[in-house]
Design a protein around this ligand. Structure first.
Ligand code: NAP
Length: 325
């Protein structure tokens, strides 16, 4: 029987889908990071890979695993995939779009509101025994009503975040993409701006672009210096899109007001990172899509894709359709 390697525990239903389609499954259940060489070794004897987590799929990996017929990622982001190498090896690769958009936008919204009200720091202040008396001039956050939400990357997740911010706080939506998002312009009155205009006009700037060579390090000293002093920076996309030292300095100097991060640079964040002790900073350990419901849907989608690849069918969520030409 042909075998599929799954690099982390996934839901029983998703495993059953693969097994009931006639394939054996190997689940790597140890909770530690896997090096690329370990992954290559683990792939031996398997024709399908369901890749959970940041496994690098590049020329070296693909050259070393010629037996693979398809790779299903259990994520929408595919910044760890070298698409050129995948096309060269005619390796179909799929991702899990749409099913995680609401959960991830919820995380961005959670961070936006938490930063605006210093929520994580306030929680820690109770633990430190600092909740002593009522002072009306202490612990003051800022309101979001009628403010301007800037979205860098108004795609699937960015749109969900914009909808929530508009519905909850009547926020004005401005955005920057490479192409215009006509749906968002029509439904939300979203206004298309240049990247610099977005920096200058956002009260909250939420990042939802894909990590690419173009977006890597985009939020650096120069970008933060163009933002408003009351601005809140939210990143739930990928940590490498911001320069974390420049972000720390921008927060320490009051260049911007606060930051909410679900993704950090590097990951995991060091537990001594000074960002963790700042009043206007909220950090989460990359839990954007981490709800029971969403992870179930992601696992099912990845399972359906790997089964399609092994049956010689087109993967429904293929990211490199060129391989089918
Ligand atoms: P998507 O629908 O493809 O949206 C990405 C948006 O970014 C598009 O509107 C795209 O528009 C824009 N964009 C891409 N490159 C750009 C550039 N160089 N300059 C300006 N805009 C650019 O993707 P999605 O499903 O919303 O997911 C977005 C990202 O979220 C993923 O790639 C992943 O890294 C991250 N994510 C994180 C978590 C988490 O757990 N924290 C969970 C899910 C996803 P144009 O093509 O018009 O430029």
């Amino acid at each position: 029987m042909e075998k599929v390697l799954i690099t982390r525990r996934i839901s029983d239903d998703a495993l059953a889908l693969i097994r009931n389609s006639g394939y054996e499954t190997t689940v790597y259940a140890e909770l530690k990071n896997i090096s690329q060489d370990e992954l290559i070794k683990m792939c031996e004897g398997h024709v399908g890979l369901l890749s959970v987590g940041p496994n690098q799929i590049d020329e070296h990996f693909l050259g070393a695993c010629p037996q693979l017929k398809g790779i299903a990622l259990m994520s929408v982001g595919y910044d760890k995939v070298d698409l050129e190498a995948a096309n060269k090896h005619r390796m179909p690769i799929s991702n899990t779009p749409d099913v995680l958009s609401e959960a991830t936008a919820d995380t961005a919204f959670l961070l936006m509101l938490s930063v605006a009200r210093n929520a994580f720091y306030m929680h820690k202040s109770i633990e430190r025994g600092e909740w002593n008396f009522f002072d009306p001039m202490q612990n003051l956050g800022q309101e979001l009503y009628g403010k301007t939400l800037g979205v860098l990357g108004l795609g699937r997740i960015g749109l969900e975040m914009a909808k929530k911010a508009k519905a909850a706080y009547g926020m004005d939506i401005i955005y920057h993409n490479r192409n215009r998002n006509e749906q968002a312009e029509k439904e939300l009155g979203a206004k298309y701006l240049s990247f610099d205009e977005l920096l200058q006009q956002s009260d909250v700037l939420t990042v939802h672009v894909n990590l690419t060579e173009e977006t890597k390090g985009l939020f650096d000293k120069s970008a933060f210096s163009k933002m408003k002093p009351n601005a809140i920076f939210i990143n739930t996309a990928r940590g490498a899109i911001h320069n974390e030292e420049d972000l720390l300095l921008a927060l320490q100097n009051g260049t911007i007001w606060g930051a909410g991060l679900d993704v950090t640079n590097p990951e995991p964040m060091d537990s001594n990172n000074p960002l963790l002790n700042m009043e206007n900073v909220c950090v989460l350990p990359h839990i954007g899509s981490a709800t029971k419901e969403t992870r179930e849907k992601m696992a099912m989608m990845a399972a359906e894709n790997i089964v399609a690849a092994l049956k010689g069918e087109r993967m429904p969520q293929v990211i490199n359709p060129e391989v089918y030409k």
